[in-house]
Design a protein around this ligand. Structure first.
Ligand code: B4P
Length: 182
């Protein structure tokens, strides 16, 4: 199964991706994790991404598409994959279309819906380096201006499904399982 997990910062994409991947035994492709690894390794990509991530902006489409392209070409993606936090712009979504083989078509875009105010508290409690109030605001700004337009993009294809993310983690997962039929 090929799935995109979509939603605002802290909506639980990463949390649910782990649950789905364990259940389906497919790889978890998180662009956030890949970029954090690049930053930690001090690679050229990491150097370019570091400041943008620290300020809550979006890393360039070119960089993100290049790391996803490399990852999708790996053998373990042949039996399916969960994309977590990608695509985040219309350009990335179009880039993804051109990267995917016929057998890798996206079947579900799961949109985790949450209330912004409650999420800010959730993120501050987590305490990652980009979980400071000012940076969280910028991440929401990036989401609202650049990522929201993906909703009609995937709605038109009739593969977008809304999930209520304001419930306990287990309950959110139960709802996801119902949608994808596992
Ligand atoms: P991400 O790593 O994708 O971070 P996120 O959106 O904050 O996380 P997520 O929604 O996965 O939240 P989580 O499950 O962890 O991105 C980080 C940065 O990387 C971006 O700001 C950007 O700069 C860059 N980036 C990544 N992808 C990019 C792309 N494609 N293009 C450009 N730039 C990109 O959950 C958060 C917390 O809530 C956790 O503590 C969790 O335990 C808790 N939680 C989860 N579900 C809950 C629930 N139902 N109830 C209560 N708590 C819950």
């Amino acid at each position: 199964m090929n799935i995109i997990l979509f939603g605002p910062p802290g909506s639980g994409k990463g949390t649910q991706a782990v649950n789905i991947c364990e259940n389906l035994r497919v790889p978890h492709l998180s662009t956030g994790d890949m970029l954090r690894e690049a930053v930690a390794s001090g690679s050229d990509i990491g150097k370019k991404a570091k400041e943008i991530m620290e300020n809550g902006g979006l890393v360039s489409d070119e960089i993100v598409l290049s790391i996803v392209k490399q990852r999708l070409a790996s053998k373990d993606c042949e039996s399916g994959f969960i994309l977590d936090g990608f695509p985040r712009t219309i350009n990335q979504a179009k880039g993804l279309d051109s990267l995917l083989e016929e057998s890798q078509k996206i079947e579900y875009v799961l949109r985790i819906k949450v209330d912004e105010e409650d999420i800010i508290k959730r993120l501050i409690d987590r305490g990652r380096s980009d979980d400071k109030p000012e940076i969280i605001k910028n991440r929401f700004k990036s989401y609202n201006s650049q990522t929201q337009p993906l909703i009609p993009f995937y709605e038109e294809r009739e593969i977008l499904f809304n999930i209520n993310g304001m419930q306990e983690i287990e309950k959110v997962f139960e709802d996801i399982k119902k949608v994808i039929g596992i």
